[in-house]
Design a protein around this ligand. Structure first.
Ligand code: DGT
Ligand code: CA
Ligand code: CA
Ligand code: ZN
Length: 576
């Protein structure tokens, strides 16, 4: 149980209360608690152990008790009871984009529908349209949205997996019998979602090492224990496998269980063509039967005549050929990032002041941030009116005079409205250093409509960047129907920058999209969309997507210094 787990439980309670039709006051209390916990800079367990839960804003007696129960038992009776009030199928209704708790409740209570199939049928045969106030148009929207429901899988975002893995490894670290402990599999490749965690290690005393592994306090269930492989399930429901080999064989183990499966299949074919066969213990010369072992991956790949490949590239998309011909990209790293061009403050829906965000960014060694609070057209999130934006611009000017070592660029995250209009007129946008446009509504529009909206924003000379260009939410919402090829071409032509959003729930653009965009000549920017200072550290997830997209630092705007960023902005470019 970590902060994100507790926040997820609070969010689920809020959803279920809404499904029940409880008072908005109680619902908001849980939603607020979830948000606060998600932004909490400290580990919730430490806060709880030190008896400081009640000091957290929005956490009263009742909530503190619930959080304690969750942390101590891994369960919450109150939540289990709430869940039991509805068939699981009713809750899945809310996974349909546009179907909120209130519609789900009515569909269940008035039409008896408790599954996605039932909803689909009712949308098709006209039953759904008979619900008071709904009508045929809404039923059509539901039908379209049903096509975009993400299949429920037990995969979690890399952004949630990595902190769990780090915790797990820290707990194992004191165990004297375990050496060279590294995550392999999808975690090491920074795949956007992770099914299970594969830990790889060496040990001279594998039995003692495995004993230490299965006795960790977070282990809820032991699936199997042996000297070379053990598997457990954590109290958060995540499966973790640990594999152990003797020291001199670590390279082959690490390589094999880093995968991907497709990479390994192609590597095996490549090796077979050269008379060699591969497994997790070494490389066998088929003519002589000689087996060679490898202590590290570099020597393993060299033995095959290949350069070492960063794990992010090992997806079977041309990396072996590139490694053979010395054409691997020099991938961007987190250290290359010099600023964040998508940052919120308390002026909209952030939790920290502009100055706090700027100072936190400076502490990370950044040279600049762009303040991009929402515009009023978003309808929620306390978006800024033109008047408030003007006030903010003036304040940022004063702040820049006072602050040393960091520059705050003025900006906005401007809503692209349903009809494709932008929220602010051009003369206002022209006053800002950096303009982001993005979509938070009308997700169910046709491909034609939604693409036209984005492309029109791209063609506006004042729009520098499109944020989270597909709107997807990891495990929750598929991309809207946007034609990305058209977007990439328009962006390349106009010099509009496209974002890789590092928020664990977004990761948008994702790896393959980023790679295609680069191939078409688009400049990317890797932002965190920070709503609190802790979010700046999410940059590693966005950089991972960029690396998986074969991005070099030259492909990414915010790897440049401030002067270079300014001279790369659209209005500084010669008109196309
Ligand atoms: P996941 O767990 O679904 O997020 O994805 P991975 O890549 O971690 O997959 P996993 O845990 O099933 O296996 C870890 C690695 O082990 C995988 O990336 C490559 C290797 N591996 C597993 N099964 C096979 C296989 O059938 N053939 C080959 N060549 N390699 C495999
Ligand atoms: Ca795995
Ligand atoms: Ca596995
Ligand atoms: Zn944002």
């Amino acid at each position: 149980m970590n902060n994100a787990d507790v926040a997820a439980a609070m969010n689920e309670i809020a959803e279920l209360l809404e499904l029940k039709g409880e008072s908005t006051f109680r619902i908001r209390a849980y939603e607020n608690a979830a948000r606060t916990l998600g932004n909490l800079p400290e580990d919730i367990r430490t806060v709880s152990e030190e008896g400081r839960l009640r000091d957290i804003k929005g956490v009263g007696e009742a909530l503190a008790l619930k959080i304690t129960e969750l942390l101590e038992t891994g369960h919450l009776k109150y939540l289990d009871a709430l869940r039991a009030e509805f068939p699981a199928g009713v809750r899945t209704l809310m996974t349909v984009p546009g179907v909120g708790p209130s519609l789900a409740r009515r569909v269940y209570a008035e039409l008896g529908i408790d599954s996605l199939d039932g909803l689909r049928q009712a949308a098709r045969d006209g039953t759904l349209a008979t619900l008071p106030g709904l009508g045929e148009k809404s039923a059509e929207n539901v039908l379209r949205a049903l096509g975009r429901v993400k299949k429920r899988e037990n995969r979690i975002s890399i952004g949630r997996a990595i902190p769990l893995v780090e915790e797990f490894m820290a707990a194992l670290a004191p165990s004297a019998s375990i050496h060279e402990l590294t995550p392999g599999g999808s975690v090491r490749r920074w795949s956007p979602t992770v099914g299970d965690v594969d830990l790889l290690a060496t040990s001279g005393e594998p039995d003692a090492a495995m004993d230490a592994f299965v006795s960790l306090p977070t282990v809820a269930q032991v699936l199997g224990q042996g000297p070379t492989k053990s598997s457990i399930i954590t109290d958060g429901g995540l499966q973790v496998d640990l594999r152990i080999v003797p020291e001199g064989e670590y390279g082959s183990l690490l390589q094999h269980f880093t995968g991907s499966k497709q990479h390994n299949i192609e590597l095996r074919e490549y090796a077979l063509a050269r008379g060699l066969s591969l497994n997790e213990y070494g490389i066998t010369d088929q003519a002589t039967g000689n087996v060679r072992h490898f202590a590290d991956e570099v020597s393993f790949y060299h033995a095959l005549g290949l350069e070492w490949m960063p794990p992010e590239l090992r997806e079977g998309t041309g990396e072996i050929e590139a490694a053979r011909t010395h054409r691997l990209p020099r991938l961007i790293t987190v250290e290359d990032i010099r600023g964040d061009l998508h940052v919120h403050s308390t002026w909209s829906d952030g939790t920290a002041s502009i100055e706090e965000m700027a100072v936190a960014a400076r502490d990370l060694g950044y040279e600049y941030i762009a303040l991009t609070d929402h515009s009023a057209g978003i309808g929620v999130a306390n978006g800024l009116s033109i008047e408030r934006l003007q006030e903010q611009i003036a304040l940022v000017g004063r702040l820049n005079d006072e602050l040393e070592g960091i520059t705050v660029l003025t900006g906005t995250e401007m809503e692209i409205k349903r009809n494709g209009d932008l929220d602010f007129p051009d003369e206002i946008l022209a006053q800002l250093d950096w303009v982001i446009a993005s979509i938070h509504s009308g997700f169910n529009q046709s491909q034609e409509q939604i693409t036209a909206r984005v492309v029109r924003a791209i063609q506006n000379p004042n729009v520098d960047c499109i944020a989270h260009p597909t709107g997807r939410l990891v495990g929750k919402r598929e991309p809207y129907a946007v034609d990305l090829e058209a977007v990439f071409r328009a962006a390349a032509e106009t010099g509009t920058v496209l974002e890789i959003n590092s928020a664990p729930e977004r990761l948008d653009l994702v790896d393959a999209h980023a790679r295609r965009a680069i191939d078409l000549g688009v400049t990317l920017v890797v932002n965190t969309d920070a709503h609190a200072p802790v979010h700046f550290t999410n940059i590693r997830f966005g950089v991972a997507m960029a690396r998986r997209g074969w991005a070099q630092s030259s492909d990414v705007l915010n790897s440049r210094d401030l002067a270079a960023v300014r001279s790369r902005l659209k209005r500084a470019l010669p008109s196309p």
